[in-house]
Structure formats: C-alpha cells, structure tokens
Design a protein. Structure first.
Length: 289
C-alpha cells in the first residue's frame, strides 16, 4: 500500500519525472511506461486533490489533511457550490494525511465543473474543533476527463445519484444478505487493503454486472478477489424471503487485514459484522430458509 500511495504523491510533487500539460486546466502528468495518468490541483493551504488512472484502476484522493492517526476510515463533510454539507466516509491511506474516495468516479465527475468546494474535517483543528477548507476549484475541461476515459469511466453516469444513496453495507432496506460475499485474501505483500464493488441484483438473488468501484492499493489484488466473491453471494427479499428479489443496485465494501495487524477500529468492525451475520442467520431461520 505504501508504494501505491507514494507513486501517486510522487506524481504530484515530482514534476520533472513525468510529462506535464501546461494548458489552463488541472495539471496533468503522464507516464506511459507505467500506464499512469494523474490530474491534480494544489491549494495554498497545503491541500491537493487528484484523480488518477493507473493501469486501469481509478482513484481520487485528497491530500494534506490533518493526520487521522490509527483510524482506517475518516468522516468528511463535503459540499459543492451552495449545496448543503453532506456526510461522507473516506479510507485513510498509509500516509494518514491522505483520504481515498470510496466512489472515485462520481467524485471526479463533480470536480470537473470547478467552483466552490467545502471540506469539513471533524475534530481536525485544535481542541477538537472542526476544520473547514473553503476552496475554489479550477474547472477542468480536459484533464479529469482524460483520467476518467483512460480508465473507461463514463463522463456522465446516471448511476451516481443511486450509488451515493447506498449505505456502506450497500444492501437497500428491502433486501438482506442470503449469502454474504466472502473474498479470499489475495496473494500480495500488503498487510491491509480494501475494495468496493457494485452489482445489480437478479430476481433469483444472484448478482450481475459487477464492477470494481475502487480498491487500494491498486496492485494488491483486493478488487479482483472481492469481485470473484460476488459470484457466490446472494441477496434475499426482506419482506418476502421466498419471493423474487427486486432488480436494484447493491454496493459492498470488503476490508482486508492480516491477522495481528488489526486496529481497534477494525476489531470493532469485525465484531459488528459477526453480529449482523448472526441476525441474518436468525432471520433466515425464522423465514424457513
């Protein structure tokens, strides 16, 4: 994970190492040998925002935030233009001043228009006060588009509004897991990572049209492992467990961590997942499934 993030940050700060586009847009850096393309913008307060396509994997990050400490997730409240601040959750990279977007493509599509962007970091200032960054984004007429299209992400996607309404568990309230996805830890040198997958449900409860929305580190194999687990997963109709499943979108996140490397937050998440699994088993038994 450290090398993956370091590669991204190096692309932002080491301008001579890569070819740079000097047009009036977000800065664009490209390394064809590494199949790497990064669009980024910097601010005087130390914050940078970047989207990147790295060998088919798409990422969006915010750098220069207050340290997150040992947390693996951090809340950020975000608003574009005059919108109300919305609560979002981001993954914390090895460099704990960097936040990695769960849904990088929708975030990148919103960044393209430029304009005002507010980011509130809860407890980010002294004495536990909230810290707000009030930024004026430059519009990007080409650079962000290139990172999206290079990674085969659409410039406009009607799924964005639907995806952003899903919880981290990803199953709408009218559905429940029949068989949770259980990916295997990939053969990798990384001690931790994550992946987020979106799928469409079939009436039988199986999943189709699954896609990797994000994964980190990119070369860790976590996305492929999570994607493979979708073939075995099943959802059920919560109101009628024996009835057909409505066609809808689900989004689920998988955390990977090697035994012995867990943080307190990850231990709490593991206990919560076990509690949910017990409740789901009880619900299936009650339904006769």
């Amino acid at each position: 994970m450290k090398r993956s993030l370091a590669a991204l940050l190096a692309c932002i700060v080491a301008l001579p190492a890569l070819a740079q586009d000097a047009s009036a847009d977000w800065d664009l850096l490209e390394d064809p040998q590494k199949k790497l393309l990064v669009a980024y913008t910097r601010f005087d307060n130390g914050v940078s925002i970047a989207t990147r396509c790295a060998d088919g994997g798409f990422e969006a990050v915010i750098t220069g935030l207050p340290p997150a400490g040992s947390a693996t997730r951090r809340p950020l409240r975000i608003a574009f233009g005059d919108e109300d601040l919305a609560s979002t959750s981001w993954s914390v990279a090895i460099d704990d001043t960097v936040a990695v977007a769960d849904l990088p493509a929708p975030f990148a599509r919103e960044l393209r228009a430029g304009g005002r962007l507010r980011i509130v970091v809860p407890n980010g200032a002294a004495a536990g006060r909230n810290l707000m960054y009030d930024l004026e984004l430059p519009a990007s007429s080409a650079s962000i588009d290139r990172t999206l299209t290079t990674c085969e992400r659409p410039l406009v996607d009607p799924r964005d509004a639907e995806l952003e309404t899903l919880s981290e568990d990803g199953v709408p309230v009218n559905l429940m897991w029949g068989v949770r996805p259980e990916p295997r830890y990939p053969a990798t040198r990384y001690a931790r990572g994550f992946a987020i997958i979106s799928c469409v449900t079939n009436p039988t409860g199986s999943l189709r049209d699954c896609a990797i929305e994000s994964e980190h580190p990119r070369e860790g194999g976590f996305g492929a492992s999570t994607l493979a687990s979708a073939r075995r997963a099943r959802v059920r109709n919560a109101a009628d467990p024996r009835g057909p499943v409505p066609t809808t979108r689900v989004l689920y996140r998988t955390h990977f961590v090697v035994q012995g490397y867990q943080t307190r937050e990850e231990e709490e998440r593991r206990r919560e997942n076990r509690r949910l699994e017990r409740e789901e088993r009880a619900a299936r038994r009650a339904a006769g499934g």
